[in-house]
Design a protein around this ligand. Sequence first.
Ligand code: BGC
Length: 757
Amino acid sequence: MDVKKVISQMTLEEKAGLCSGYNFWYTKSVERLGVEGIMVSDGPHGLRKQATGGDHLGVNGSVEAVCFPTASAIAASFDRDLIRTMGEALGDECQAEEVGIILGPGVNIKRSPICGRNFEFLSEDPYLSAEMATSYISGVQSKNIGTSLKHFLLNNQEHRRMSSSSDVDERTMREIYLAPFEGAVVNAKPWTVMCSYNKINGVFASENPRTLTDILRKEWGFTGYVVSDWGAVNDRIAALKAGLELEMPSSRGINDKRIVEAVKNGSLDEKILDRAVERMLTINNKYIENRKPELGYDKEEHHQLARKISSECIVLLKNDGILPLDKEDNIAFIGQFAKTPRFQGGGSSHINSFKITSALEVMEEAKNITYAKGYHVAEDKIDDALINEAVEVAKKAKVAVIFAGLPDSFESEGFDRSHMSLPNCQNKLIHEIAAAQPNTVVVLHNGSAVEMPWVSEVRGILELYLGGQNVGAATVDVLFGDVNPSGRLAETFPLRLEDNPSYLFYFGEKDTVEYREGIFVGYRYYDKKKLDVLFPFGHGLSYTTFDYSNLKTSADTIKDTDVLTVEVDVTNTGKVAGKEVVQLYIGDKVSSVIRPVKELKGFEKVALNPGETKTVSFNLGKRAFAYYNTEIKDWHVETGGFEILIGKSSREILCKKTIIVESTVALPVVYTANSSFEDVMLDPKAMELCKPLWDSVASLFKDENADESDPIKMAVIEAMTEAMVKVMPLRAAINFGDGSITYEQMNEILEKINKVS
Ligand code: BGC
């Protein structure tokens, strides 16, 4: 289709009409010109195609599909290829169901563990989020199906999500919240981006020219179209001008009329409308021209894929030698989730799974598995009869496996959690079973971190997250060692909610949420504060052991324009095959800006047989070392030492090496009379010229009576003088110095140092 030609034949009304949905899920068509509408659907971890009765909260039914593990689970796989495979499967399902765009992935950063929608988001770390999203998008789009990277931007809570303003400073926005979108847009080129409901520093995300046009299109080169979150449009004309092409769902003609009026009265340039239509039709045609519903897909095959993916995402949090279990042993499965697992979250991502497999069902044939319900899922009411029954069942077995987790009523789209606990009835059950049965394992079904008051009472803990419809089979695979667990936490589990950096101001005041913790989100905060955590970012155990050796870098000193190659050997030193997630963090050793202790900048998942060694390598470019400098409005690397840290988690670093990175960008410096000596000292040449000023101030601290023959005393005086003088402004040389410097002399020096810098 010649899109430009078709647009030139459209009436103003037809063009305006294309800027909003036909109904809940379809874009409009213009039949007389052969323009077809396409269907879009949620997403992200399965297909929620609503053939009838559209809604954005998962209330009405949808066609049967396959529910894969949710985002918090798949991020824990740290496996790019696996997520790409999942994306391909979703692309096939979309093709079969004639859905042109799947609404995902969601890359909003997990600012707090209690965001109700964390299960749909990938990580607290921007690099990991960007990498996982890139794989998902590439997988889906390889099938000629579009994705919608969401929710752009700063939608990190559900509370008042349609009206609150997320107020964030520029550096934090760049380093933490924009970065996952940036990585995914630049690397994977999603067909669409979905703007969020909230405001960004006071301006609705749906009508924010800075994010939608300046950053997304001009800086990152986005060429697709922007769709509103369902109902996120506030002012349709402002939104169109800012760069929001498609309003969803239908505004029942109201906003289409407004667009027509605005063009007619000259407040909207028709060219903006034409451009929006062109962008939408160009993308939609990519699907229309490559539609292949006849290919269909094999649901059972995808069910098995869901099992495999889920098993690769499971994180072994604790193992006191109890896991894997022996299939011959008498084992008690305790807890309703053994029978009816919680495997997905509530809201717009709710999938109508064609089949659900529970762990109990998988073990049906086995004579040695007993079961007790243990707790109610529907309400958090302690039922002593159920607990007593479960304790009896647990006592008779060799091992008790408790299937616990958050019920739907605790976490969902639409509201946030008010605490980080499991239901009381489950915590009590775990305490009591652990007291009666020394061999107790807990298996968790939850979308985000929970507190574990019983952590030291049980011998093993498996974190399944919300593992998709075949989570039961995946759990059995890992429990009995058919699959060696290889998931790693994509978020920190704090000891308690109060430790979280956003705790004091998470919900904000009325409609303003200030992100006062700045860049210190997740492990960036816990590390800097040296806080103990329950389980750190990147943590996850295996049934085998791994050794790291031979850390090498391609150079000891590089320029910030070079690429550094880092290599490390990893050996499986245990008895079974397994997969290790090798994590690379970087820490700036000395910095004039406040930076995290370390940040994830690379990871690789490697499969190793017992005794096998593989060399893992990473390529690090400028961004790996940079922070966002708001003065030059760009990423910047300060010359100096950087630590390359390689390890099994953010808190288990096994090898490190320092390298020097030299900056090729001189920051503009203008010294004034109020610049401190400390600032000038960063440039030795400028400091040399300032020596007379320094001496003038330093002389003030001279102790006439000091005993110059006492070297220790003299060194102390010198150190104190330096500490005090360096934080003084240059002008102190005049009004605080020994009188040897005049204004004219100081200005002359200032002129000189501004020339040399
Ligand atoms: C959600 C989106 C979703 C849309 C359509 C909204 O409420 O925030 O993530 O894609 O509904 O269901």
